[in-house]
Design a protein around this ligand. Structure first.
Ligand SMILES: [Zn+2]
Length: 94
């Protein structure tokens, strides 16, 4: 029997099914990060609701919609990456 695993959105802390969550992985080299001595990467699980709230397009059906979604999501990621990190409690210091 398949094990039912509960996954949690890192942003809203709600339980979601694994297939629903998008993953954002942040890796760094040569940057000092608060509270992380050996920083090997931060993985953020994000549910569709939170993606939508941050301006991502999570539903696209037609070819045009998918192309539009890709453009929009690229802009949203650049725009909102700090939001995600700040939600995760990660602060960059120089
Ligand atoms: Zn969420």
């Amino acid at each position: 029997m398949a094990k039912t695993e509960v996954y949690t959105c890192d942003i809203c802390k709600q339980s979601k099914s694994r297939d629903d969550l998008a993953k954002i992985t942040v890796r760094t080299e040569g940057i000092h990060i608060k509270n992380h001595v050996n920083y090997s990467g931060l993985q953020i699980d994000v549910c569709p609701d939170c993606l939508r709230k941050k301006g991502f397009v999570v539903e696209a059906k037609t070819k045009e919609e998918i192309e539009q979604a890709k453009k929009q999501n690229e802009v949203s990621l650049e725009d909102k990456i700090y939001d995600f990190l700040s939600d995760m409690g990660v602060v960059f210091t120089e």
